[in-house]
Design a binder for this molecule. Structure first.
Ligand code: 4AD
Length: 455
């Protein structure tokens, strides 16, 4: 368009514009509104300028016509500039599509802040198809994109429904510390830090602290960051992740499995039915079907047989044998082949953590579970916990852990022990499954992994 020297003025004879967010504007058909946001898309043709405005609640198609389209001011607009648009919300005619089924006929607008053009233009910063590490350097800008912001919205909704489920089940939220002096999941992935002259770690899991809350608060949960100094660069490992953990008392292993199944199916159903996250998942993962209860139960020993029968090899390239760790590649092949959610249960004590309770009927294996989902593999790990001090001491000894710093954890067994168990869900893993993302990195706001701690 040829820019003309026209001053943009508001017609004072028009009705007052109702200030609203984009999501609300969809319901304001035939009303005059004021909507503020970022210019997500910008295009001009003949006598029109088309803007897709974004404000985090949604996208709004807007059209500028006449003097508004021709004014010099309009020719200075760039992608990611912020503007306040005034105009009437119109229902789109049948056959045309736009977010919310509406279009804003702009009668006046104000520039809030102009984003750069040329060299510094937004599109040069996060060019499509750019190297992933360059995109990660520009994560603060990449988050404005449709896909990442959709995943972050699903994430928020997921956490909301997880909390709702716990609330309905009468499970109390607690906030354990992240700076600790004990390990939970093995010394090799501990992040050490200097703590006023003492050694401390970033927590690997809030489990031990949750266990201490049972006697005061009953069943508890936390949604807290966990930290793992993972040496391996895999698509499902982060150095910092959001850990959903719960600890439940006076229940047995089967009851815990039922609880996990109910949590996952109920929450996923709600996320799919939610008016915001439902359509986003459809868009990100069109083939997704909600898991149904009951989940398939597969004992570790039977999984070993299955792997041998299907000629899937262990890390050494040999046939799997009882006692082998089922590492990521094999686990994924098995899960993808079976194609449904699996409770993989009863792992050998030797390949699991010090705190896991042994099965009364087969003491070489533990009352433990990994929840495996097609395309991602493990999203949840849990177990029943050792109930006696004696057995716990044996667990420490087996893992070569000095029990001294765990005196408070041991006391749980001393002052009124009880049958209890719990689990941890990796928020980014469950999201990768729901939103069909190749890596958990796409499900974290600012992912942390080997070599990446910015922005
Ligand atoms: O299986 P994990 O290591 O179990 C625990 O930490 C238990 N203490 C939890 C408990 O019983 N309260 O971790 C639990 C889950 C895994 O299934 C996975 O989803 C996620 O946490 N997870 C990770 N997610 C991203 N990056 C990593 N490095 C992860 N390590 C574990």
């Amino acid at each position: 368009l040829e820019a003309l020297n026209i001053t943009i003025l508001q017609d004072t004879s028009l009705p007052d514009a109702q200030k609203c967010k984009i999501l609300k504007s969809y319901d304001a058909v035939d009303q005059r509104v004021k909507v503020s946001g970022w210019i997500h898309r910008l295009r001009s043709s003949k006598n029109h300028v088309f803007i897709v405005l974004r404000d985090g609640t949604g996208f709004l198609q807007a059209v500028l016509t006449g003097d508004l389209a021709l004014a010099h001011q309009t020719s200075t607009l760039t992608l990611e500039s912020t503007v306040a648009l005034y105009g009437k919300v119109c229902k789109l005619p049948d056959g045309k599509t736009a977010p919310g089924g509406v279009e804003l006929l702009v009668d006046y607008y104000e520039i809030v802040s102009l984003a750069p053009s040329g060299e510094e233009a937004f599109t040069n910063k996060i060019a499509e198809g750019a190297d992933p590490s360059l995109l990660l350097d520009q994560r603060h800008l990449a988050l404005r994109g449709e896909t990442l912001s959709a995943v972050m919205k699903v994430r928020a909704t997921l956490l909301r429904y997880i909390r709702r489920f716990y609330d309905e089940e009468g499970i109390t939220e607690v906030t354990p510390p992240c700076m600790v002096q004990t390990q939970v999941e093995g010394g090799s992935t501990l992040f050490k830090l200097g703590y006023y002259g003492e050694e401390a770690y970033l927590t690997q899991s809030s489990q031990l602290y949750l266990e201490t809350c049972l006697a005061s608060l009953g069943d508890v949960y936390s949604i807290q960051e966990s930290f793992r100094a993972e040496k391996s660069h895999t698509r499902r490992h982060l150095s910092e992740y959001t850990h959903i953990e719960a600890e439940l008392c006076f229940l047995d292993f089967e009851e815990m499995l039922d609880h996990i199944e109910k949590l996952i199916t109920k929450t996923v159903k709600r996320v799919l039915e939610d008016p915001v996250s439902g359509p986003l998942i459809k868009q990100l993962n069109p083939g997704f079907t909600a898991p149904e209860m009951p989940f398939m139960r597969l004992d570790y020993k039977d999984a070993i047989t299955w792997l041998v029968e299907h000629d899937i090899k262990n890390e050494e390239g040999e046939d799997f044998k009882f006692g082998d760790d089922i590492a990521e590649a094999a686990e994924r092949k098995m899960t993808d082949t079976i194609g449904v959610p699996i409770f993989l249960t009863r792992f050998p004590a030797e390949i699991k953590s010090f705190y896991m309770k042994r099965c009364p009927e087969a003491p070489n294996v533990t009352e433990s579970v990994d929840v495996l989902m097609p395309n991602v593999g493990e999203i949840t790990g849990g177990s029943m916990r050792i109930e006696t001090t004696e057995e716990l001491m044996a667990g420490f000894a087996r893992e070569g852990i000095d029990p001294e710093p765990y005196y408070w954890f041991i006391d749980q067994r001393k002052y009124g022990s009880c049958p209890h168990g719990g689990y941890g869900i990796g928020t980014e893993r469950i999201l990768a499954w729901l939103c069909d993302r190749f890596t958990v990195r796409d499900c974290s706001l600012y992912p942390r992994f080997t070599g990446r701690c910015k922005p």
